[in-house]
Design a protein around this ligand. Structure first.
Ligand code: IYR
Length: 226
């Protein structure tokens, strides 16, 4: 049984090879200028920016196009405070020994610790959830596929969209993150995936020099050509 119905490809680029190379280089320069930031300015960010960035994330490819994601965008100071308190509780246990010596040694060059004031300072937190079980148009249960892959790609689109808008982000992963489902009153069919901190960097913001040491093309890539 085929239910496939097609429409003509809606967009097509007409770049020459030279233009393509230049576009690819330009994009690399742009994305290279993204840095994870841990000190945020309290300067507000219009909701419209967040809405457009989420729309961009929602265009990501996903298993069977089921779009197994949900984004909770938080600017309410009371909810941000509750998230900070819960995250710092988990982080105290993590940095207090739960992480183990190797993990803590690996994190040392990033200068992270159990204090997460940015969870209150930044104007927006975006809690990203994986929809483990979806619903069809009639509200019946339906299976989702490749959920972490799909939500990971959508999160990449989101970070990219926010960077294009001139904003800084931090992918924050308190572990465990169950408190996000509770504070944000999400259904048990959803699992918290990541907390994205969004805003302008503080005037005093720094980044760890270690974070700028990216692997080279040769290290991350192999070509197999004729
Ligand atoms: N969740 C902790 C620890 C942490 C873990 C990794 I892997 C990082 O790249 C950075 C931090 C925290 O947010 O501090």
């Amino acid at each position: 049984m085929s239910t496939y119905q097609s429409i003509e490809l809606p967009n097509r680029s007409n770049y020459t090879d030279e233009e393509m190379v230049s576009q690819a280089e330009g994009y690399f320069e742009f994305i290279k200028s993204r840095h994870s930031v841990r000190e945020f300015s309290p300067r507000s960010v219009p909701k419209a920016v967040i809405e457009s960035a989420i729309r961009a994330a929602g265009t990501a490819p996903s298993g069977a196009n089921h779009q197994p994601w949900h984004f909770v965008c938080i600017s309410d100071p009371d909810i941000k405070r509750r998230i900070r308190e819960a995250a710092e509780r988990e982080e105290r246990a993590f940095y207090g020994g739960k992480a183990g010596d190797e993990w803590l040694r690996d994190l040392a060059p990033l200068g992270t610790d159990d204090k997460k004031p940015f969870l209150e300072t930044a104007p927006w937190l975006i809690a990203i959830f994986i929809e483990r079980q979806g619903k069809d148009a009639q509200g019946n249960k339906r299976k989702n596929y490749y959920m972490p892959e799909s939500v990971g790609i959508a999160t990449g689109f989101l970070i990219n969209a926010l960077h294009a808008a001139g904003l800084a982000t931090l992918t924050h992963t308190p572990n465990p993150m169950k408190f996000l489902s509770e504070i944000l009153e999400r259904p048990t069919t959803e699992r918290p995936y990541l907390l994205l901190v969004v805003g302008h960097p503080a005037d005093s913001a720094t980044v760890p020099s270690a974070a700028k040491q990216k692997k080279t093309l040769e290290e991350i890539c192999t070509f197999r050509e004729p």
